[in-house]
Design a binder for this molecule. Structure first.
Ligand code: SF4
Length: 397
């Protein structure tokens, strides 16, 4: 399945832990129509380029992420969505998602998004404790988050998810469990639960470097991970990916496509994209767009036929991914899923043998330590070892 990701790079404020490309702005200061025009110029350019190469993509998911795309005027977001559906062939069961913050989502806005064709909202609750939200630099309070969830559910949007962050300093296991339970009790059928990570280059990263950031106890974080799992599974939400839970059938198809190594068009400033290189078996191309909004918008005015390449102004870089790099990536992403990664399938289009002697030895060593299971071609990480996923995957490189 191919998908489209559209990056909307503005938020009302910058959160101190955030390493996404996002710029603080008042809603009125954003050029809503101008940004929509730029994204569509890029989309048309990429479609022409694909056509020239004889490629057609059938799109199964369109995802508006950010930043805070719920700040985007629904009419402009809807204009982008409608045109994308004209430019690209889409599957009949297309999933269309928008990331929302509680400060820019009420029932009227949720209905407006539904009216333009959005069928899935993902709401950034992050915490149901006022002091934690303050620590995270969020602008909403717990009541605001609950109001936004209730509004989304009442709007008739078919699918609603929310994000919860755990692993905050001094957060108990019981607090993490109670918050997950409270969110599940609202009737949500999908939840994303992320451990707080401190990224370099963020405000938190700087404070950590100077020893000024309180850190969570790793053992408590591991317990919280398991407590959340227990609470959500008891309510029928299956833990289908390290950070994601869903009632069966409600999994986020967009993210599943990433984890399965499918192609995606990234549109908008700072967006990444990935496409197979049809001229070289097993190779792919990844690109990233200019990260500064004005520069991106300006560059799209010069789009002719080809925007996928270094030096075109729209893309900041484009890199070749060889079969070995792609297989490593598929292992790393696939192991995040409860279904694991089928190494035979993951390497089928790459033209390489995944069962190298080094990898087979690493699989045996990990299996002996209870960190990996092998069932035919399928490798899986037992849930108790999921927190070590990155380390386990790197040993299979
Ligand atoms: S709202 Fe989300 S994207 Fe925006 S700064 Fe905060 S964490 Fe980053």
């Amino acid at each position: 399945m191919a998908s489209i990701y559209i990056h909307f790079p503005w938020c009302l404020a910058k959160c101190p832990y955030c390493d996404f490309v996002s710029y603080a702005s008042e809603r009125d200061a954003i050029d809503h129509a101008g940004y929509a025009d730029a994204v569509l110029r890029e989309a048309e350019g990429r479609a022409r380029q694909l056509a020239k190469r004889g490629r057609t993509l059938e799109i199964g998911s369109i995802f508006f992420g950010g930043g805070t795309p719920s700040l985007w005027e629904p009419a402009e977001l809807g204009r982008v969505l409608a045109r994308l559906r004209e430019i690209f062939a889409t599957k009949p069961d297309l999933e269309t998602s928008v990331e929302c913050n509680p400060t820019s989502l009420d029932e009227a806005r949720a209905r407006a998004l539904k009216d333009v064709g959005v069928d899935r909202l993902s709401i950034g609750t992050q915490s149901l404790r006022a002091e934690q939200l303050k620590f995270l630099g969020r602008l909403h309070d717990p009541e605001g988050a609950m109001r936004a969830i209730a509004a989304a559910l009442a709007s008739g949007i078919p699918r609603v998810s929310t994000d919860l962050i755990f692993g905050l300093p001094d957060q108990s296991t019981e607090d993490a469990r109670a918050q997950a339970e409270a969110l599940a009790a609202t009737g949500l059928r999908h939840l994303s639960c992320y451990q707080l990570t401190i990224e370099p280059g963020t405000q938190f990263g700087e404070r950590k470097k100077r020893g000024l950031l309180p850190m969570a106890d790793e053992a408590v974080v591991a317990d919280a991970f398991l407590a959340i799992e227990e609470a959500l599974e008891a309510r029928g939400l299956r833990h289908y990916e390290i950070s994601n839970y869903a009632v069966p059938g409600e999994e986020a198809r967009h993210n599943l496509a990433y984890w399965r190594g499918d192609e995606y068009l990234g549109l908008g400033c700072a967006a990444f994209g990935y496409a197979r290189d049809q001229h070289r078996t097993g190779h792919g191309i990844r690109w990233r767009n200019a990260i500064e909004p004005k520069r991106y918008v300006e560059a799209t005015r010069g789009i002719k036929d080809d925007v996928l390449g270094e030096g075109d102004g729209v893309s900041m870089f484009a890199e070749d991914l060889d079969p070995t790099a792609l297989l490593r990536e598929r292992i790393m992403l696939g192991l995040r899923l409860v279904e694991g990664v089928d190494l035979g399938r993951a390497s089928a289009d790459l033209g390489i043998d995944p069962w190298t002697p080094e990898r087979l030895r690493a699989i045996d060593r990990l299996a002996e330590r209870g960190r990996l299971t092998r069932d035919g071609d399928v490798l899986r990480i037992p849930r108790a070892a999921w927190l070590f996923c990155d380390d386990i995957a790197s040993r299979l490189f």
